[in-house]
Design a protein around this ligand. Sequence first.
Ligand SMILES: NC(=O)c1ccc[n+]([C@@H]2O[C@H](COP(=O)([O-])OP(=O)(O)OC[C@H]3O[C@@H](n4cnc5c(N)ncnc54)[C@H](OP(=O)(O)O)[C@@H]3O)[C@@H](O)[C@H]2O)c1
Length: 347
Amino acid sequence: MRRIALLGATGSIGRQALEVIGANDGLELVAATSGSTPIDGLAPLTQVGGDPSELLERAEPDVVLNATVGFAGLAGTMWALERGVSLALANKESLVAAGELALAARRRGGGELVPVDSEHSALFQCAQLGDPESLVLTASGGPFRGLRRDDLADVTAEQALAHPTWNMGAKITVDSATLANKGLEVIEAHFLFGVDYDRIEVVVHPTSIVHGVVRFQDGAAIAHLGYPDMRVPISYALTYPARAATPIPSLDLTAGPLEFHEPDVETFRMLALAREAGVRGGTYPCAFNSANEVAVSAFLAGRIGFLDIAALVEDVLARVDGTAARDLDELRQADGRARELLGAAWA
Ligand SMILES: NC(=O)c1ccc[n+]([C@@H]2O[C@H](COP(=O)([O-])OP(=O)(O)OC[C@H]3O[C@@H](n4cnc5c(N)ncnc54)[C@H](OP(=O)(O)O)[C@@H]3O)[C@@H](O)[C@H]2O)c1
């Protein structure tokens, strides 16, 4: 029996994880958290808001599934990495922001880090076949694929939330519409797989059937295919290295052609900004993430326009110093500074 602690149990990933855990006799939910939604009785140990570290100490999980949204997921990620408890990571923001600090904690703890993001789960599985020469992340392109800057000035939160292939929480859905999500994923892939940014490619693939491709030095490119359903990578991360049955059917290969296009980084600036932040290193990825979180909240609240998200994040990245954080306190300061700068810019 594998003991699972589920952080962010009330969200899109959290609810699908509860379904996966409920359907697998080998998985036991021992603890659950949420941000503010009441979850009494959902698990033997529950907590609403705050740092989950004490709860996790008491729960003694074998696997922490971190499905919290945003920088708030940092404490859970670091707890698992430091203690060598297997981390099933959906909360990409914590790895993007903490970067080297998270990798150092993982080296100290020595536990598994299995990505839940479908693209990274795909790359993780393909990369077991050899040392990757380069990585390809696929992007659906979101609801605004094919549109130009002029078309995007007046799009609403409601339009941004209508994702064509994935049904997800609000923040990541907006991130998919701006391509910030793919930018965060480029940085996430860099830290997960130790591959330089110039060997991490993004292609737009509208149907989200190919989740990721790993290229090897002999010219082989190994791809991972399947219907877009997060229960597959959630199940894999919870049962790794074993695989369990899921209700998702195997792919019908005759269903249609697979299309791939170059992303339009002139229109969707967030992908280029994330890559630049990743290459600059230090706390630039943290600042990119923090500024994006504030900008997305402001967009969802109707306070700023869609194109303002990238403009404001670019402005913050030009004003932070980006010095590497030596510890989590310095990282939290960098996060706070980026939030303040962005808040001041649109207030
Ligand atoms: N959804 C997907 O298909 C998908 C795919 C790949 C990766 N991811 C990643 O998975 C993570 C979760 O995404 P999601 O779509 O499931 O988000 P979501 O639906 O918005 O759910 C977020 C979860 O985090 C909790 N939470 C929010 N603020 C918190 C705080 N300050 N402290 C503790 N918990 C807090 C929420 O609790 P309340 O209900 O109380 O607010 C909820 O349980 C994100 O990092 C996202 O990028 C998601």
